[in-house]
Design a protein around this ligand. Structure first.
Ligand code: ADP
Ligand code: ASP
Ligand code: MG
Length: 413
């Protein structure tokens, strides 16, 4: 008998029929003799609807009240799922994150889980009940409801798996596992049998929303493997786990993309010590996160300074930058219609030439690169948003990701 954590995402519980199907799967697992703790997201589209409601009322919703509002989607889903389980003769109890003992820091809308009090869950498990926990939420030290950021139910599941020392952490979703790129964009994308925590962390942070970044961070820190599976089709799914030799043989594991980007360039910035801090100071004081940054000298006395921010922060950032540009006598050039395209693979650590091949492929296709960043296992470029699909397609083919089981270092040539 094992303790299994199963997380079902919004599309898996989008309708009552789907909820019934999920209840059947949970009951099957319990009937096999396992203890089951289930984490559920809000029904498909519900969190978006709640966020729109808040923004229809006010441009800047109060963060505490925003969390009270958006956490309700999960409360609806857990109660309905528990009812469906009870109706099918499977004893179950639902809890909000607060009731289930998910303790977080005080950062409303993007809180981090600090601890999990497991007494309630363990008591119910000892009585043979399935415990259904609302994902994406917890409580801070004041007892206020907090939420964990979009996609946060994945993190709830991993945190529970760690706290309860579960035998398996299964994340059920609407695709068969982790693919070489988003299978909804590229039909030839291949299902990966295994992927390392490190690669999955990069892919998730660069736009592959199949797992929330923080869930992978947590899983990696506590060495808790995650299996990503389809709710609707049987199959082995993908194991996200620590690195092994077979993974190192793969040059590129995946391509991620994000359309949520905006680029801002300042030209003719006077060369002064500390000028970079001056430019970015007001932006970070406004709690806007900067992603990529590049600076290059354009003459003896001036430089160009370019950076990217999330598209939702673009209007606010532009206002701040326009003021700074005036003060410095610099000019601005910006666009909110850019996207980030990234290739990730631990094979890059030991093999050169990936970047040049990537840039050549994009160049040959007439796609101009506006910015580049690299790390040991990833290369990201900013391109015009209209080219994102074409760019992913070209790179996916050029690096043989449509035949991923046979991909090896020789594919660089
Ligand atoms: P859930 O509602 O189950 O949490 P999400 O929509 O958050 O599901 O995540 C699943 C989606 O992630 C898939 O439908 C797919 O479009 C997208 N996705 C992006 N990149 C990948 C990838 N590399 N592999 C699998 N799915 C991906
Ligand atoms: N319902 C939340 C969201 O849509 C959390 C989740 O789905 O994991 O972001
Ligand atoms: Mg998700």
């Amino acid at each position: 008998m094992a303790l299994i954590i199963q997380k079902y995402g919004g599309s898996s519980v989008g309708t009552l029929d789907r909820l019934r199907h999920v209840a059947k799967k949970i009951k099957q697992t319990r009937d096999q003799g396992h203890d089951v703790v289930v984490v559920v997201s809000a029904m498909y589209g519900e969190t978006d609807r709640l966020i729109q409601l808040a923004h229809a009322l006010t441009a800047e919703p109060d963060p505490r009240e925003y969390d009270v509002l958006v956490s309700t989607g999960e409360q609806v889903a857990v109660s309905l799922l528990a009812m469906a389980l009870i109706t099918s003769q499977c004893p179950a109890r639902s809890y909000t994150g607060h009731q289930a003992g998910i303790l977080t820091d005080k950062n409303h809308t993007k809180a981090r889980i600090l601890d999990v009090e497991t007494d309630v869950i363990q008591y119910d498990l000892s009585k043979g009940e399935v415990v259904v926990v609302a994902g994406f939420q917890g409580r801070n030290e004041r007892g206020d409801i907090t939420t964990l950021g979009r996609g946060g139910s994945d993190t709830t599941a991993v945190a529970l798996a760690i706290a309860l020392k579960a035998d398996e952490c299964q994340i059920y979703t609407d695709v068969d596992g982790v693919y070489t790129t988003d299978p909804h964009l590229i039909q030839d994308a291949c299902l990966l049998q295994k992927i390392s925590f490190e690669e999955m962390l990069e892919l998730a942070s660069l736009g592959a929303k199949v797992l929330q970044m923080r869930s992978v961070e947590l899983a990696s820190k506590y060495n808790m493997p995650i299996r990503v599976l389809s709710t609707f089709r049987d199959g082995p799914g993908t194991l996200v786990t620590h690195e092994d030799k077979t993974m190192r043989n793969r040059l590129i594991s995946g391509i991620a993309f994000s359309r949520e980007e905006a680029i801002i360039a300042l030209s003719g910035v006077p060369k002064q010590i500390g000028i970079e801090g001056r430019i970015l100071g007001d932006i970070s004081n406004a709690h806007i996160e900067i992603d990529m940054i590049a600076q290059n000298a354009t003459s003896k006395d001036t430089a160009d300074f370019t950076f990217t921010v999330s598209r939702k922060d673009y209007p606010k950032t532009l206002k701040l930058i326009d003021n700074i540009a005036k003060e410095l006598g610099a000019s601005t050039n910006s666009s909110a219609k850019v996207a980030k395209l990234s290739m990730v693979g631990i094979g890059m650590r030991s093999h050169a030439g990936v970047a040049s091949k990537m840039f050549k492929c994009l160049g040959d296709a007439g796609i101009s690169i506006q910015m580049i960043t690299t790390s040991e296992i990833k290369i990201s470029v900013i391109i015009d948003e209209v080219f994102i699909e074409k760019g992913v397609q070209i790179l996916h083919q050029a690096f043989d990701l449509d035949k991923v089981s046979s991909v090896s270092m020789s594919n660089i040539e």
